[in-house]
Design a protein around this ligand. Structure first.
Ligand SMILES: Nc1ncnc2c1ncn2[C@@H]1O[C@H](COP(=O)(O)OP(=O)(O)OP(=O)(O)O)[C@@H](O)[C@H]1O
Length: 341
């Protein structure tokens, strides 16, 4: 089949760039030339160590960047509608909530303690749909809870009366009440135990299955969680994507040395790969106000050669199909990485 007949991706981002303005005029470019695609009905996981730019990318994609963060450039197309993010242009207000919705990090703990869940839903709906009647907004919430098999009683509950897992599911329902085309969930499972993590990832899958959201970007430092929930995974290092691929393939056969090192540093619950060692990656991520030349991972990479310190690595593959950016991989296209680390 030729490319012209392939369905357009739900999300198509090109050249996203965003920086924190430092006090002495130094910029920390935390998202640097990031391009990605998300097919309709899928979950794209964004993984990487702390400080690599995941939350910043989430802010850019969800159009929630605020000073000191500013978006320097890039193009974002969601469901055929295109936004030019260059020149500090403000995205249309109508996009927030209904085109893109952010489930921010720690959202379940930032709900107002004195507001019942039903009233939170009324606020969410009124913020976007104006003077909708209270009963109508509550009906919307009740219908959604029914559809997702969640108990109606939460409508009358205060957040502190709910368990952590239920609070996170409720926050997820509230942030998708307006059927956003794209939901960006930033570390939604990080404070949850394994069984409540699973309940949340099942809820996200159900939202997709029922067409209540068009696609999901799921940000986490936890690669094993992504194996369970994501269709595709993008691995981020020092503000850039270094590898993108389908979830199972990327975890079973990483193409980039950083992905392999990241996988080696976590305890993977699947028994067949539990033999991987547990430990950190040697060294620390670079200071993003002065990142290393060439491949940004080269100072920590056991496979680095001279060229890695001098020239930007090639993109091996395609943005839509999957790729790795690596000089070593260019010379060893088929060699498994696990044995080399
Ligand atoms: N308000 C800020 N001002 C200046 N620099 C910031 C600010 N917030 C984040 N940064 C820097 O931007 C970079 C990316 O941070 P970001 O929070 O996006 O990473 P992350 O991968 O989401 O990390 P974590 O998993 O810890 O949330 C880091 O180097 C961080 O120090």
């Amino acid at each position: 089949m030729s490319d012209t007949t392939a369905p357009a991706p739900l999300v198509h981002a090109r050249g996203l760039r965003a920086a924190y303005r430092g006090q002495r005029g130094t910029d920390v470019v935390a998202v640097d030339d990031v391009s990605l695609e998300l097919p309709r009905g899928q979950v794209l996981g964004i993984a990487g160590e702390s400080g690599c730019g995941k939350s910043t990318l989430a802010a850019v994609l969800s159009l929630t960047a605020r000073p000191p963060l500013s978006v320097l450039g890039g193009e974002l197309t969601i469901d055929g509608e295109q936004l030019d993010l260059s020149g500090g242009r403000r995205p249309p207000r109508t996009w927030r909530g209904s085109v893109v919705s952010l489930l921010p990090q720690g959202a379940m703990n930032s709900l107002s303690a004195t507001t019942r869940v039903g009233d939170l839903a009324v606020d969410v709906v009124r913020a976007h749909r104006g003077r909708i009647r209270r009963a109508e907004a509550l009906d919307l919430l009740t219908d959604r809870l029914d559809a997702l098999d969640l108990p109606r009683r939460v409508v009358h509950s205060y957040p502190h009366q709910l368990s952590g897992g239920m609070r996170q599911r409720v926050v997820t329902v509230l942030s998708t009440l307006l059927d956003p085309k794209l939901l960006i969930a930033d570390e939604p499972t990080s404070a949850l135990d394994v069984s409540t993590q699973r309940a949340l990832t099942e809820l996200l899958r159900e939202l997709l299955h029922r067409g209540l959201v068009g696609g999901i970007v799921f940000v986490t430092h936890d690669l094993p969680v992504l194996r369970a929930v994501a269709d595709r995974i993008a691995v981020m290092y020092a503000g850039r994507l270094v590898e993108v691929g389908d979830a199972a393939g990327l975890i079973d056969d990483p193409r980039h040395p950083y992905t392999a090192a990241l996988l080696a540093s976590v305890l993977v619950p699947e028994p067949q790969i539990r033999t991987r060692r547990v430990g950190g990656i040697a060294g620390a991520p670079p200071d993003l106000s002065a990142p290393p030349a060439g491949c940004r991972f080269h100072p920590r990479c056991s496979l680095a050669s001279d060229v890695c310190a001098e020239r930007e690595p090639p993109l091996l593959g395609t943005i839509g199909g999957g790729y790795a950016t690596c000089w070593w991989r260019a010379e060893h296209p088929d060699e498994p990485l696990e044995a080399r680390l």
